[in-house]
Ligand binder design. Sequence first.
Ligand SMILES: *Cc1c(COP(=O)(O)O)cnc(C)c1O
Length: 366
Amino acid sequence: MIPMTDIAAGHANLRPELEAAVAGVLATGQFIGGPEVQAFEQEVAAYLGVAHSISCASGTDALQLALMAVGVGPGDEVVTTPFTFFASIEAIVQVGARPVFVDIDPATFNLDIHQLEGALSERTRALLPVHIFGQPVPMDELMAFARRHDLRVVEDCAQAFGARWGGRFTGTFGDVGAFSFFPTKNLGGCGDGGMMTTGSAEIAERLRLLCNHGSPARNLHQQVGFNSRLDAIQAAILRIKLGHVDAGNRARRQVADWYNSGLRDTASIETPVTARGGDHVYHQYTILVPQEHREAIQRSLGDAGIASAVHYATPAYRQPALAGDYRSVSLPVAEQVTRRCLSLPMYPELEQRQVDAIVGVIRRCL
Ligand SMILES: *Cc1c(COP(=O)(O)O)cnc(C)c1O
């Protein structure tokens, strides 16, 4: 059996270290905030090369609090991609703003920055690029566009911890970077968790207030906020896993290379393209297959004990939660890709012989 991802395999060698870290927190009795959380925030800031990092309860919260902290609210529009996990969109709707969708680049599956201009209106307040599957959006161009139009930028880095554009880490370009530590992400904890990064002391201050009841000091609530914090146990676990994230991302790239060389010469399959200037971290390895063969390929893989998944089966604007408002929207590339995309098993411990077996099953289907 080859699963999509294998968290237990990733933890096998770390088990004694992880158990000691958890035991350490249990011994202190400090479960919310405290030294482990502070140290993890500092270590992430140092790793990414960003001035401020503020932990929170999930990647979804990170996106929502980030939008609030940069001043997005009711009546505003936020331009984003329809080809993402629904949380990117939920965050926009939860702050009372309206998502406006642009089509995606067929090669990278990221929002097509050349279409941003056409999506602007008087109400556009921010851009929310998603570094989908770990492939960075061309952030220098996107930031130049945002500056020209006086727009805020919140980067959805949930799938892209450690990815770089032009040598610089994603999450350090926009006003805020939002990260998720959901267990399956490239840097994953043993539960939910999230992080917001920013170069602005002012935004950092707002984020710190927002995620802790708007409270700068005991018995003082400067604003109405939220309870969104990272547990000390998760922070202790994530500190250990941060030390292995580069090796994990390198191993993912190696797995992608094996897939690419096995599948490249098949006429009907398109393997992932990495944009020049970008440093992909392969949260997912997603190929395009002929629409009429996708089900059969998934069935053959399943029969061989190999998992596969469709990320994503529908553009966000076709989800029932939104569809009423977006009936007239149709973005052809996103719709094509949702019909043809297929994600294959991807995790650092995957071995070359397993990739060869997966490639073999797919080739026999064509
Ligand atoms: C996982 C994910 C999120 C949400 O993160 P959670 O920690 O699960 O709330 C947001 N955006 C994208 C693109 C994701 O993949």
